[in-house]
Design a protein around this ligand. Structure first.
Ligand code: FRU
Length: 434
């Protein structure tokens, strides 16, 4: 029973709890995915770093737990880098409670190039707490122009940037976030910062930021900023109130990109869940699934530069060759006149899950519905997402279904909606247009 909701082309741990992707890195052609993990429980408990690797981003080999709690605390989220000398370093937040409050510091771990052995740096914590309750999730990157390492870090409701010459000693540079994008009652979590070129070859910087509650579709979600980073300061290219979402669904959180020293288009993976109900989902031996990996590009749209996401070829061919009836990918083309809708109903259910309506010549509205499940009261919802109807030709839709996990895309990858379902039948799709 518990395996009924285990997707076949997405990573999930064999047993135990999983949340955020951590330490994502590609070394010598191998992708490593670490993750927030409690091997002994299906609830969020003392965090370890679980570990899996893959050469094609589809077949994941689960490896022994990489990081265990120490006297400095449990192992919260973080990242991994490879130096020019081929040394691999992991950074994580050690989290503990001191006098009834969270106390978080940043730690450094040395890994061998195959990422099988780990040595905690004896100087840990390499970055002590400056007096912030929420001070976590170090994302380290190489900033070529300034020739320094940069660490982006949760600083309460903003992101702090630190710089280092040697990955050991870190100096605060600046922070970004006040009055920009979406804020809610919790901290800005799990930052990621990377450069990407637009279609004219100009470099831009993307800052990804998770908010645990108050995202587009309620609860947790991943927003992004397009801007510039000069090695010291991040500058938003859009007006402060612009809010951009990497995914409009309810199940795409804490997204991170792979560090790749050889430089390739950024590819992200998110945790396909939401803190509103992550602990209540009805699986048994494990709890937590990752999204599909998605490769990013920066597209010049009528409203400015926006991120588009496409699936890597290896993922597309895995969907083509799978013999699992409950795992499929459909590319649909629909032609709608204004006022007309296309209705998608999944899992042999009676009521639709996605209704796509052409509301104006160049605009669609997608109504997304998910019904209640007994175990998770916060699960049900209805919300709307707007998108573009193309100037020429039909509207293209893409739907990836893997057991209960659904990733829906339109607008050539500009709009993604990731949704977790726990259906009683896992196959059956009906598309009605009219
Ligand atoms: C985000 C998060 C991180 C933290 C981790 C703990 O989902 O809250 O900020 O490091 O989960 O598991």
């Amino acid at each position: 029973m518990s395996e009924m909701y285990r997707p076949s082309l997405h990573f999930s741990p064999k047993r135990g709890w999983m949340n955020d992707p951590n330490g994502m890195i590609k070394v010598d052609g191998v992708y490593h995915l670490f993750y927030q993990h409690d091997p002994d429980s299906t609830d969020h408990g003392p965090m370890h770093w679980g570990h899996a690797r893959s050469t094609d981003l589809v077949t994941w080999e689960e490896l022994p737990v990489a990081l265990y709690p120490t006297e400095l605390g449990t192992c919260f989220s973080g990242s991994a880098v490879e130096t020019a000398k081929g040394e691999v370093r992991l950074f994580y937040t050690a989290h503990r409670r001191v006098d009834g409050e969270d106390y978080q510091v940043q730690c450094l771990v040395h890994a061998d190039p195959t990422l099988t052995t780990y040595r905690l740096d004896e100087r840990n914590p390499v970055l002590g707490n400056p007096g912030l309750v929420c001070f976590r999730d170090p994302k380290v990157l190489w900033h070529k122009r300034s020739g320094r390492w940069i660490m982006a870090l949760t600083h309460g409701q903003s992101i702090g940037f630190y710089a280092s010459e040697d990955l050991d000693s870190w100096t605060f540079q600046s922070s970004f976030g006040d009055r920009h994008g979406r804020h809610s009652d919790g901290p800005w979590e799990c930052p990621d910062l990377f450069s990407i070129s637009d279609d004219r070859g100009n470099e831009h910087w993307i800052l990804l930021v998770g908010i645990g509650s108050g995202a587009y579709a309620e609860g947790s979600g991943t927003q992004y900023f397009v801007g510039h980073f000069d090695g010291t300061t991040f500058t938003n290219s859009n007006p402060a109130e612009t809010t951009l979402w990497l995914d409009y669904g309810r199940d795409f959180y804490a997204a991170q990109s792979f560090f790749d020293r050889t430089g390739s288009a950024p590819t992200v993976v998110g945790w396909a869940s939401n803190w509103q109900y992550a602990r209540d989902t009805p699986t048994q031996s494990f709890r937590g699934v990752m999204s599909l990996p998605r490769t990013l590009s920066l597209v010049d749209t009528g409203s400015g530069l926006r991120l588009a996401q496409t699936l890597p070829h290896s993922v597309l061919s895995a969907f083509q060759s799978t013999s699992d009836q409950s795992t499929y990918r459909r590319e649909l083309e629909v032609t709608l006149s204004v006022g007309q809708s296309a209705v998608i109903t999944l899992f042999a259910e009676r009521q639709p899950h996605f209704t796509i309506t052409r509301v104006a010549a160049n605009e669609i509205s997608i109504t997304v519905v998910r019904r209640q499940i007994a175990a998770a009261p916060a699960f049900a919802h209805t919300y709307r997402v707007s998108g573009a109807y193309p100037q020429k030709g039909p509207l293209r839709l893409e739907l990836c279904v893997d057991r209960g996990l659904v990733e829906f895309a339109t607008g050539d990858g500009l709009t993604w909606i990731t949704q977790l379902f726990f259906p009683s039948a896992s196959d059956g799709i009906e598309i009605v247009q009219g």
